[in-house]
Design a protein. Structure first.
Length: 167
């Protein structure tokens, strides 16, 4: 699987890491946070054709703002997430990619079901609503600027960044 991700700046990533620390008081151990929002997850085998096609769709796009405005539990996947507004350039980019590649996108990023977020904690055994309330108490909405788009291959041990576009 090859993901198209909006890379968050280091300031936003650090804010999200600080929010993760609230989970530690409950014994939950969050994974290391690579600050990003997945725009699309491509499931076909033509990775390089997909990258080239996406780069064409992204031509002319400059840095853009994203507003993270809530923390919530996505119970279907046992995660706590920081959720940005699904609007503006972020939504436009997703729509462009989905219009051309929707048949090849995974269930979570295809046109009808895409829900942008940054995962803070995955733990199917934790009391996620309780942990989420604690994280929400420490959260204040914030805006960040996305200055790059990365293409990230999912591997058995994590991920590998295979290409990058500076906006």
């Amino acid at each position: 699987m090859l993901c198209v991700i909006a890379k968050l700046d280091s300031h936003a990533t650090e804010k999200l890491r600080m929010l993760q620390k609230a989970a530690a008081s409950y014994g939950a151990v969050p994974s290391a946070l690579y600050g990003h929002i997945t725009i699309a997850a491509y499931t076909s085998d033509n990775d390089m054709d997909f990258v080239i096609g996406c780069k064409e769709l992204l031509q002319g796009v400059g840095p853009f703002s994203v507003l993270f405005d809530k923390i919530e539990v996505l119970s279907e996947t046992s995660i706590i997430v920081a959720t940005p507004q699904k609007s503006g350039v972020l939504l436009t980019l997703h729509n462009r990619i989905a219009a051309q590649y929707d048949a090849f996108l995974d269930h979570w990023t295809c046109d009808d079901t895409w829900y942008p977020h940054t995962t803070l904690l995955y733990d199917p055994h934790a009391d996620l609503p309780r942990i989420c309330r604690t994280i929400q108490e420490a959260f204040s909405p914030f805006e960040t600027v996305v200055k790059s788009i990365e293409f990230s291959r999912v591997t058995e041990t994590g991920y590998e960044i295979v290409d990058r576009i500076t906006l």
